[in-house]
Write a protein that binds this ligand. Structure first.
Ligand code: TXA
Ligand code: MG
Length: 332
């Protein structure tokens, strides 16, 4: 544990004064502001370069506070909050009056979660209110899983960075919409679909990342500087070699199933067999290959079950077509 009581008090003061604090959660680092301060919330969008229509998550200190932030708590939300909070689950509910429209991108719903990290919980307790926070990276790029990632990417734009060490889960929270008759998964994440289905006792719909083409929402997200190419696991080695022959600086995500194959590439990440370890390392691996100067990353998606579903989702989006209108993505 690196952040001390003094740091927590200081961070809470920054939030009270309308400033921005980057803080650790179990999933990724968040870029936090007082959820009830529209000017502070507006600064988050400015610093991230994120369109103001893109809603944020309100972080609260405990499940018992949920009623303060939403209009009503449906039974499914109560059950999920009780079972998974604190934890990597975000619930979308009907917006309570306390939540300004700036935080929800103008929506009448609000996303809420209780993070499972001692530093985040200490901050929420010292601050006393809700902290609205997206991942602490520039819009469209790779989420930070260590305080150094935040400092490198946002630097002086953040008023204070709380260091809580590396994130345990490594991919963002699972977002579940509980406003309708049947709960649905909006984004796969740290709580698996299987766990949710066991607790709710019913199957859940999951969006198909590869085919979603919502107008105004770019498929490319969670993307490193290098282009990401996805192939079958048994094609990774040959694809990397071909790309290298074509003159690319190639990085490889080497699946455990072909770990023994000799691979010709500029940088190789030997993937862990455990999906929890893969999720924990995913964003760091992408950053590492960027830092090693790769312009192309060859990878394959894992089986889409358990945490593999969230990993596959992030890889597909990292590999998605890149818009020229996203600032920073093309020119970096
Ligand atoms: O693990 C996480 O969820 C991290 C940590 C910091 O808590 N946060 C995070 O925030 O990933 P962000 O802003 O990068 O992603 C939030 C997602 C966005 O895709 C947004 O569209 C969705 O939550 N979201 C927020 N409010 C919503 C709402 N009212 N309805 C539907 N989706 C919503
Ligand atoms: Mg994000």
């Amino acid at each position: 544990m690196t952040a001390r009581t003094h740091d927590i008090e200081k961070a809470a003061g920054v939030l009270r004064a309308g400033g921005l604090v980057a803080f650790p959660t179990e999933t990724v680092y968040g870029l936090g502001a007082n959820a009830e301060d529209p000017a502070a919330v507006a600064r988050i969008f400015q610093v991230k370069g994120r369109p103001p229509s893109h809603p944020l998550i309100v972080h609260i200190g405990g499940a018992e506070l949920l009623g303060d932030w939403v209009q009503d708590v449906p039974e499914a939300a109560r059950v999920l909050a009780e079972r998974f909070w604190p934890g990597p689950l975000t619930l979308v509910l009907r917006r309570g009056r306390r939540v300004p429209l700036e935080a929800t991108g103008g929506l009448e719903t609000v996303a809420v979660r209780v993070p499972d990290h001692p530093v985040a919980l200490a901050l929420l307790s010292a601050f006393g209110g809700g902290v609205t926070a997206p991942s602490a990276n520039r819009f469209g790029s790779v989420s930070p899983t260590a305080a150094d990632h935040v400092r490198a990417e946002l630097g002086e734009a953040v008023d204070f960075v709380l260091d809580g060490g590396p994130c345990e889960v490594g991919v963002e929270s699972t977002i579940v919409d509980v406003t309708g008759d049947v709960p649905s998964i909006l984004r796969p994440g740290g709580v698996t679909r299987e766990e949710l289905e066991t607790v709710l006792g019913c199957p859940l719909a999951v969006p198909s990342t590869s085919r979603v083409r919502v107008p105004g929402q770019h498929p490319s997200h969670y993307a490193p500087r290098a282009r990401v190419v996805l192939v079958e696991p048994e094609e990774v080695v040959a694809e990397a070699e071909l790309a290298q022959e074509l003159g690319h600086q190639v990085g490889v995500f080497l699946p455990p199933s072909v770990a023994d194959a000799p691979v010709k590439a500029n940088a190789v990440v030997a993937l862990p067999a455990s999906m929890a370890a893969y999720a924990r390392g995913l964003y760091g691996f992408l950053r590492e290959l960027d830092e090693q100067g790769c312009d192309l990353i060859v990878a394959s998606v894992p089986a889409e079950e358990g945490l593999g579903l969230a990993i596959a989702n992030r890889l597909r989006r990292a590999a998605g077509p890149r818009p020229s209108s996203v600032p920073g993505l093309q020119e970096r």
